[in-house]
Design a protein around this ligand. Structure first.
Ligand code: ZN
Length: 353
């Protein structure tokens, strides 16, 4: 690593003496500490920071890293809130460093949008110190499912990782390679973090709505039942018109519908679309707008219609394996979720009959 002194010396050597150069050098020296702070803030292989408003950042997963989901860092004023602290303690430690570098506050609140592993496992690096917040149902699901998930992953994650690494090595298609890099990162994250996991169970729970008041801004946590999972929450910043959506929204990624209630999810998405917001941070994918809520709603409707046609045509679940992903969604990641979603919808429609 280069020392700041050496770097400045090199810059000075390249610039010819003179008034203009002197001004430039002064500017560089003055700016240097700022550059260091910014570099430290965003220097993670797991995520990149995106500033959404003064005091509000999204941390977007980098393909191949151990974040997997997107997170948020919000300065409430004298206290910092973290939204969805990633799948590994390793990525969450980088998130904590970023939050502490950005804001001179204690990290007071960590929010888990729902019980899935990628949104909760990093909580442990914030305790003791922070309170972990979720809905009451999500807390129950974490308590019920995490011990078994961690035990199961200890067995299957290393095996699946070895398979995926071999697949990646053999794969020539550039789009398929991007997906394989993501899945290798996912299973590597599970395999390498397994022995250090200590579940941080949410110690503040709520139903329906919880409002957190800070000197800088107010954050509303709003529960939606029976959507992506049994219970999901969003984080709404009314002043900034920003919503952190958790996995109620995926952008340019196939959503995971099979733990949830797709039809009710459509209603939820329609309700969120009516809210006074214009920036939406999905659980997976880039930062988006209201158009992306429409797109994901259309996707769920498409899955529903295709499943209904399969039932009406007397097709079997095995027939789904022969289907191709519709062109509109051809470049979406998490492509293996497409057939799983269709099968899930097909089976739930058959149960209704
Ligand atoms: Zn999820």
């Amino acid at each position: 690593m280069k020392s700041p002194g050496l770097l400045n010396h090199k810059i000075i050597q390249k610039i010819k003496p003179g008034v203009v150069s002197f001004v430039c050098i002064c500017a560089l020296i003055l700016l240097f500490p700022v550059c260091i702070v910014n570099a430290q803030t965003i220097d993670s292989k797991h995520f990149r920071l995106e500033k959404l408003a003064e005091g509000v950042y999204a941390a977007i997963h980098i393909n191949g890293g151990y974040a997997i989901c997107n997170a948020g860092i919000i300065n409430l004023g004298e206290k910092t809130l973290i939204f969805d602290p990633f799948i590994t303690p390793e990525a969450a430690l980088d998130l904590r460093t970023a939050a502490e570098t950005l804001f001179d506050n204690p990290i007071t609140f960590v929010v888990n949008s729902h019980f899935h592993n990628d949104h909760i496992r990093g909580s442990q690096v914030f305790v003791p110190g922070a309170s972990i917040i979720s809905t009451t149902t999500t807390q129950e699901y974490i308590v019920k499912h995490e011990p078994e998930s961690i035990a199961d992953e200890k067995e299957y994650a290393p095996k699946r990782l070895a398979q995926l690494k071999a697949e990646l090595q053999a794969e020539k298609d550039s789009v398929k390679r991007i997906e394989l890099v993501m899945w290798v990162g996912y299973f590597e994250a599970l395999a390498t973090s397994n022995s250090e996991l200590k579940t941080a169970i949410p110690d503040i729970t709520f139903e329906d709505k919880l409002i957190l008041y800070g000197k800088e801004r107010t954050a509303e946590l709003i529960e939606f039942q029976k959507g992506h999972t049994e219970s999901d929450l969003i984080l709404f910043l009314p002043k900034e018109k920003i919503i952190f959506m958790g996995d109620l929204l995926f952008i340019n990624n196939h959503p995971w519908l099979a733990d949830g209630y797709p039809e009710n999810l459509i209603t939820t998405l329609n309700n969120i679309q009516q809210m006074d917001a214009d920036t939406f941070i999905p659980g997976h994918g880039r930062v988006g707008s209201k158009d992306d809520i429409v797109t994901i709603t259309d996707y769920i409707e498409m899955i529903k219609l295709k499943a209904l046609n399969l039932v009406n045509e007397g097709k079997s679940a095995e027939d789904i394996d022969e289907l191709k992903i519709p062109e509109d969604y051809g470049d979406w990641l998490l492509s293996n979720f497409y057939k799983m979603n269709l099968k899930f919808m097909y089976e739930s429609l058959q149960e209704k009959d």
